[in-house]
Design a protein around this ligand. Sequence first.
Ligand code: ATP
Length: 423
Amino acid sequence: MTDSAQDTGDLLPQQNVPLEPLISSEELAKLRKTNISLENRNYELRETVRQLRLQTAAAESERDQFRREARKYKTELSQMKTPPLVIGSVEMPLDDGRVVVRSTTGPQFLSNVAENVDRSLVVPGAQCALHPQSFVLLEVLPRKYDSAVSAMEVDEAPDVVYEDIGGLSQQKNLLREAIDLPLLKPQLFEKAGIEPPKGVLLYGPPGTGKTLLAKAAAHETNAAFIRVVASELVQKYIGEGARLVRELFALAREKAPAIIFIDEIDAIGSSRSADAYSAGDHEVSRTLMQLLAELDGFNVRGNVKIIAATNRIDVLDKALLRPGRFDRIIEFPLPNAEERETILSIHTKKMHLAKDVDLAALAEETDGFNGAELKAVTVEAGMQAIRRNRSTVRKTDFADALQAVRRGREQPEARELPPGMYL
Ligand code: ATP
């Protein structure tokens, strides 16, 4: 033993003595295996955590969506539970802030106006929503012609041209003079120092082209065509008809240049005997008065023109036919043979006609037919050809069509064609 070994008290291992391994190689292999499986497990658990996080996010977004839906349904439910507001119109705003309103069911009320309502909109004639119990004016409705004036049909640019109308040459000239000229060349009337006609009345049997010609006038003058059937202006509730008339003219001024076409004017414009005057009659005459007032306050040189049509000129109130109102009266008779042939050729223009079709002979055979019926004959002849699997229309198709339309004329209830489709 060396001195140094003695110094350290035999603590150092003796040289050349082999070290004992801490763990055996089997144990090492086992530990490595355990380590691998733990790492795998760790990976699996991390993957599970990732999946669960994804699921949580999806569940949270689903929950948010359900919350939104629940909120929507709650609002809908509360809206369903709220009683509807009453529609009315402002009659007169008073200086003390209150307002006289009329509900559409008839009665008038002296009501208050809700704080949030813009007072400048509370003007006579404005449509408003009223609380069902207190009749407080809660809202002034926007001037929305479409809903109120569902009776109106607005055609911004009708595509009917004068050439599409058979015959009626005199009527075309008269309408051009009364409508087209004042709209297109108002200076001519100014120079001549005369006033153009305010309104034109077209009268004659149904289906003789009154609407068609009015549309052609609108096309020619690039004017909007506003058609209203007068019977639709007569409303159930007091004052509604008059309001519709006001709105009709307001709409026309907005869309100017425009042509107002009032069909079946006899529905509001027929004269009545003083007796047998019912509440309904009062409403009709109120609507007529409004129409007359609008006509009277109308600027003849403006770019809105009025055309009315009727099948019953004999029943019209004289007030309507006074100068300054409907002072040009144009008759639309049933077409003669020559005109019937022109109408037939207009409506067969796009059809393939067989050589044996003779429109002149057909025109002779259709004595007493109006334009609409002549069109019905051509359409029905085309249908006959289709049913027989042909694209060329033959004389026999016209013969059958003529019979079908005649049957329809004689017994409208036995008509095979869907009503209103052709006539
Ligand atoms: P109502 O008095 O029943 O309103 P109306 O005289 O206004 O009838 P329109 O609506 O103009 O008749 O005509 C109905 C259809 O008949 C038109 O769409 C058109 O197809 C046809 N028609 C009538 N007259 C003519 C005509 N002269 N030329 C060409 N087609 C015509």
